[in-house]
Write a protein that binds this ligand. Structure first.
Ligand SMILES: [Zn+2]
Length: 459
């Protein structure tokens, strides 16, 4: 058996994001295999064996890798469209185009989305994919393959829609699956791809799209399916005032009560957005430990409103960050969401006390791990946890004059990523991906975006 190999990272600042927010102004991290072996102040212990690499990380901040908890990769090839719409008008404008996607398009879009996330410090990505046109190929396999190729830890939230226009929903009839078809395909995806082990690189969640595109039966049976298979549940919730009205008209209750009535509150559930939540909604999430994927840029882009993140955190609701699909957040970067979460929440009721830099970093790391159900394995730098970590270069023009590294990372411009490790394996060096070619991906995303626009224009 080959001896386990060690990587030593030294001379860096470290924000561990552990339960005590432990930080080291000058410290070291030792990685052994795919785990963190030790970390602390000063120099690494002497006499370590099998050290294959020693990184002098002077001028860098080391943090846990960022965890993205909500996204729609396929939207990478429909960015920059319907730019001045609210959620419902934006959906109605884009559904007819989205319904034409096929496997090569979805593969290219997943590569583009993942590349942008990974080179910006994301080590665990998620794709909530819910558009499965008939005969479009193995979309789930294409997405999972793209994540594997890049070396990113990944959760596929296998989405679905079965409430089309003829049933009072928003998507056109040809864009949805049947109830039975969606459940069977979701179960098959879990059985084929979900890995429940501690160091899993691929997991699957059950993820019907939203109350306005999914039948009550699919919500209910989806929750039962997820629990029977022992996987997590994900959906969109309480995103806009229009959604609230839709739920009241169709179900006679607001979104949170509707979720409760269909089995969608629980510690195995996390929901994107949760913008329009009253005190009793937040209390219900806290009581049931239902998680939230906060997507500040997308909420601003679609004029959805400001989620009450400070109130959620105070109540004990697990909160992570999400880019959301890139048709509503064209940047596709998660590190900018740290900054936007902080700034946008300060425009809300709590003003300057809403969030601080360390809370924002926690949302993007440990909070994300919590809502994905992986807080034991990732989300903070602690001995025994998986080695998912990022070296942010703060020693350049953008940050060099800011003394506090966490303040520099969150309040400052997007920091360059000198190195990013997932499961102990390096995937980014000097802002470039190591295992895929960015220029090839850029070309294929442009080609597939043009092909989709052509096909959609034909109707
Ligand atoms: Zn979304």
């Amino acid at each position: 058996m080959a001896a386990v190999q060690r990587i030593v990272i030294e001379n860096c600042s470290i924000a561990t994001v552990d339960a005590h927010d432990t930080e080291y102004a000058n410290g070291y991290v030792v990685v052994v295999g795919n785990r963190i072996e030790s970390l602390g102040a000063g120099s690494a212990p002497e006499g370590l064996e099998n050290v294959v690499r020693r990184i002098d990380a002077s001028g860098h901040l080391v943090t846990p890798g960022l965890v993205n908890t909500h996204h729609h990769f396929y939207q990478w090839i429909t960015r920059g469209l319907a730019t001045d719409h609210n959620l419902f008008n934006w959906l109605v404008a884009l559904y007819p185009t989205w319904a034409r996607i096929d496997e090569p398009m979805v593969r290219a879009a997943a590569q583009g989305s993942l590349a942008m996330l990974a080179r910006g410090g994301v080590t665990t990505a998620l794709d909530h994919h819910y558009v499965f046109p008939k005969g479009s190929g193995d979309l789930s396999g294409a997405i999972i393959g793209a994540a594997r190729e890049m070396g990113v830890r990944f959760t596929l939230a296998r989405g679905s829609m079965d409430r089309s226009e003829k049933d009072g929903g928003l998507p056109p009839d040809f864009a949805v699956e049947t109830l039975e078809g969606a459940l069977a395909a979701t179960e098959a995806t879990v059985r084929e791809h979900h890995d429940a082990s501690f160091d899993a690189m691929t997991q699957v969640a059950v993820a019907p799209c939203s109350p306005f595109s999914v039948s009550t039966e699919l919500m209910r049976e989806g929750a039962e399916l997820g629990r029977r298979l022992g996987v997590r549940l994900h959906t969109h919730g309480s995103e806009t005032v229009e959604e609230e009205q839709f739920c009241k008209e169709l179900f006679g209750m607001g979104p949170t009560d509707y979720f409760e009535s269909t089995g969608w509150l629980g510690e195995d559930v996390w929901m994107a957005h949760c913008v329009h939540m009253n005190d009793s909604d937040i209390a219900a999430f806290a009581r049931t430990k239902t998680g939230v994927a906060h997507c500040p840029s997308s909420n601003a882009r679609l004029a959805a409103g400001i989620a009450r993140v400070p109130d959620m955190l105070a109540a004990g609701v697990p909160v992570g960050l999400g880019v959301d699909g890139t048709a509503s957040n064209e940047s596709g970067e998660l590190h900018t969401e740290l900054r936007n979460a902080l700034l946008i929440n300060r425009l809300g009721a709590h003003r300057e006390a809403a969030l601080n830099a360390r809370q924002a970093l926690r949302l993007g790391t440990y909070g994300g791990a919590q809502v994905l159900g992986r807080a034991r394995e990732i989300g903070s730098l602690e001995p025994g946890k998986l080695a998912d970590l990022v070296l942010w270069n703060l020693d350049t023009l953008a940050h060099a004059s800011i003394a506090d590294p966490v303040t520099a990372l969150v309040f400052g411009a997007a920091a360059p990523v000198t190195a990013s490790f997932v499961n102990g394996r390096q995937i980014v060096e000097n802002n470039r991906l190591l295992h895929v070619d960015e220029d090839t991906i850029a070309r294929s995303t442009r080609e597939e975006a043009r092909r989709l626009a052509r096909i959609a224009a034909q109707g």
